[in-house]
Design a protein around this ligand. Structure first.
Ligand SMILES: C[S@@+](CC[C@H](N)C(=O)[O-])C[C@H]1O[C@@H](n2cnc3c(N)ncnc32)[C@H](O)[C@@H]1O
Length: 328
């Protein structure tokens, strides 16, 4: 089992590693980004991951690089409590690694059957707790908000009907229920369960809350001239990175020549070398289909003060309340 890094050269070009600088790889994963950065320049790097298995696997690399590489177990939303030193660059390659996806026992995939788990940190409530515990109305909200799933209603109804007979506790069982509910594969490139699995994963790992806190922390930890590189794999995360950077770069004008510009906000805390995201080449997508949905955004920190904390888009209050109750 291995993890093929996505947009690796593009990440290196955006981070531009230089001797004597210190970086954070906030999603250490299989360590491919970290190794490439450490090879590129005589720099130091702090690798963070919330998955204890990723940190354990990284010990071989840590031994190889000695003082230059420090690995820390924790969520990137807590970056400021994990890292005290000012940084010259922060890289985030958000999502799941192939190590997580390919291990049925972690419960992230409908391709490898396993328990409905999906917890990156291996702590807290599991995806099965959401599937069996949320009301039908909350499941509909969840699938719409976090899965952008058009078929949220029939899927939620089918889940509730099936779990009345017996609890849904495996990834293959849930995928089959969804397939039956929405009528097979709909001729699409992706499995009909893809969006439901995405929604559950985002909920279980509070992925959007984590990203909002991590972007805020990166803004505070980066030195002037420091680079921020964010690689995301679905539109909800990419939209958040885009909105965060547009606001921080002072690019949230009216967008129309007929409407007056709003009064000037605080000075930009980032400048954007490119407005458009970098996406993988056709050749990369062919070699690694998991790269298909990837998108890289980059920014350079200015001298200006950090903005107030960035907020994730709000989730349905019903889901928030029910999930909180389940998590108690
Ligand atoms: C796509 S993989 C990163 C792969 C890595 N760039 C490489 O080259 O091997 C994403 C990793 O980020 C970790 N992760 C996701 N969300 C996290 C969070 N909020 N805090 C810390 N780690 C997180 C996952 O556990 C996973 O190992």
């Amino acid at each position: 089992m291995s993890h093929i890094p996505v947009l690796l050269n593009e990440m290196l070009a955006a981070l531009a590693p230089a001797c004597g600088e210190t970086y954070c790889d906030a999603t250490f994963g299989g360590g491919a980004y970290t190794a490439a950065i450490l090879q590129k320049a005589d720099c130091a790097l702090i690798g963070v991951d919330r998955d204890p298995e990723a940190i354990a696997r990284g010990q071989t690399l840590a031994a190889l690089y000695g003082d230059r590489l420090s690995l820390r177990l924790g969520a990137f939303g807590d970056l400021e409590s994990l890292i005290a030193e000012p940084l010259d660059g922060v890289v985030m390659d958000i999502g799941v690694s192939s190590f997580q996806l390919d291990q049925g026992a972690r419960g992230f995939s409908f391709q490898a059957d396993g328990p409905l788990d999906m917890r990156m940190s291996q702590q807290g409530p599991r995806a099965a707790d959401a599937v069996n515990g949320l009301t039908e109305a909350a499941l509909v909200d969840l699938l719409r908000d976090y899965g952008e799933e058009d078929m949220a209603r029939p899927i939620a109804r089918a889940i509730v009907q099936e779990r009345a007979a017996s609890a849904i506790d495996s990834t293959a069982q849930l995928a089959a229920i969804i397939e039956r509910a929405v009528g097979g594969r709909r001729g699409a490139r992706t499995h009909p369960a893809t969006k439901t699995f995405q929604a559950l994963r985002i909920l279980v790992n509070d992925e959007l809350g984590e990203l909002a806190r991590a972007l805020t922390a990166a803004e505070r930890l980066l030195k002037p001239g420091g680079r921020l590189v964010v690689v995301s794999f679905h539109s909800l995360e990419d939209r958040m990175a885009k909105q965060f950077l547009a606001a921080r770069a002072g690019l949230l004008g009216s967008g129309s020549r007929h409407i007056p510009e709003p009064p000037a906000g605080p000075p930009p805390s980032f400048v954007l070398p490119a407005r458009k995201p970098v996406t993988p080449t056709d050749a990369e997508c062919e070699a690694n289909p998991r790269a298909r949905s990837a998108s890289l955004r980059q920014a350079v920190r200015t001298h200006a003060q950090a903005f107030p904390p960035f907020e994730a888009p709000p989730l349905s209050l019903r889901v928030v309340a029910e999930w909180r109750e389940i998590a108690r």
